[in-house]
Design a protein around this ligand. Structure first.
Ligand code: PMP
Length: 362
């Protein structure tokens, strides 16, 4: 009995990817052992990792200028590792502040060098309800890089355009919207995303890095923290999280099988329109704080008239087989995470529940 899973991450995974893992668990391709019992340097695992990289390359259209890396430590480690590599002595980096995760990235970089806030949409009460416009950015043309968070998991805002940063390398934390739709990878010098939302289980982080950018990262930091080390060793400098990468491979194969990122975008937009449509229709009961052109298609946040009704909503939804709807502890309210594995039908079920909930409690 599987529930409808609206968890913000780790999140639900596509059933075919899990079934494939189940079927292969004890005996991976006739080898008499599971994939996680294989050497990370053996041919069986090598084929899995190579397939994951080639699926990512094909699905995203990653150009030759860029390389896929599998890293550990989550996006939180990247908050430190990005400035360790690129915030060279005397340099300064620009940060675009759009939520809790950009604040954390900024805080970590402060330990390592000079950082500037080149744009923020924080409100006096510390919340965020939109991303900035280009004319609100005060970018330093000499910055070592510009850091942004493409989707703000907690506040439910998402960038629907990319900032114009001139020749400055653009670095993006895409943890909560990586691969939600097709994109132009070449606009970014460095993209990173924890797998546990759109791509697989926790434990592995995927980076798509411009090769010349990582090649000029600092060489006077420990090897393990240099992106160039992982790039030169095809993410096999140390033992990678083989099981997590295997599961990402299964998810990527599913993405390809259902029609690729164009198809995912169609579904994701349909899910967003269903949910925001219901919220707008019942705006007197469900309050959706995010400004329309910053609304996230991955995390839809709203509040009911009282915190008690929020709690009742979460409890009754659970009874109806829907979990993961409680808002982040810092934001309260309801958060519906509609990552790639959540189906349009799942969202239709939730929307019917929302309408029924008003009839009973409105
Ligand atoms: N960035 C964003 C946008 C996130 O949503 C999260 C996790 N929810 C993180 C960073 C932190 O990821 P991790 O816990 O894997 O370090």
């Amino acid at each position: 009995m599987r529930v409808i899973n609206f968890n913000p991450g780790p999140a639900g995974l596509p059933l075919p990817a899990l079934e494939r893992a189940r079927d292969e668990l004890l005996d991976f391709q006739g080898s008499g052992m599971s994939v996680m019992e294989h050497s990370h340097r053996g041919k069986e695992y090598d084929a899995v990792q190579s397939e994951a990289i080639s699926l990512l390359t094909e699905l995203l259209g990653i150009p030759d200028t860029h390389q896929v890396l599998f890293l550990t430590g989550g996006a939180s480690q990247q908050f430190a590792q990005v400035p360790m590599n690129f915030l060279t002595p005397g340099a300064s980096a620009d940060y675009l502040m759009t939520g809790v995760w950009s604040e954390k990235a900024y805080e970590e970089a402060q330990y390592l060098g000079k950082v500037r806030i080149a744009g923020t949409t924080v409100l006096p009460d510390k919340r965020y309800v939109r991303v900035p416009r280009q004319d609100e950015l005060t970018l330093d043309p000499k910055a070592a890089y510009v850091h942004m968070t493409s989707n703000n998991t907690i506040y439910g805002t998402q960038w629907h355009w990319w900032p114009e940063v001139g020749d400055v390398p653009l670095v993006a934390d895409m943890s909560s919207d990586f691969m939600w739709k097709p994109m132009d990878v070449s606009r970014f010098a460095f993209i990173y995303a924890g797998a546990q939302k759109n791509l697989g289980p926790s434990g592995v982080l995927i980076a798509v890095a411009r090769k010349d950018f990582i090649a000029r990262g600092r060489k006077d930091i420990p090897k393990i923290f240099r992106y160039s080390t992982h790039a030169e060793n095809n993410s096999l400098y140390n033992t990678p999280p083989t099981l997590a990468i295997y599961l990402c491979r299964n998810v990527l194969a599913w993405v390809k099988q259902v029609g690729g990122l164009g198809q995912l975008e169609k579904w994701n937009r349909e899910k967003g329109e269903l949910l925001y449509g219901a919220l707008d229709k019942h705006a007197g009961f469900y309050h959706a704080p995010v400004e329309k052109d910053s609304r996230s298609y991955m995390n839809v946040v709203f509040k009911l008239p009282t915190p008690e009704l929020d709690d009742r909503f979460v409890a009754e939804a659970k009874k109806a087989g829907m979990v993961g709807l409680k808002g982040h502890r810092s934001a309260g309210g309801i958060r519906v995470s509609t990552y790639n594995a959540v189906t349009v039908d799942n969202v239709r079920t939730l929307v019917s529940f929302m309408e029924e909930f008003i009839r009973k409690n409105g």
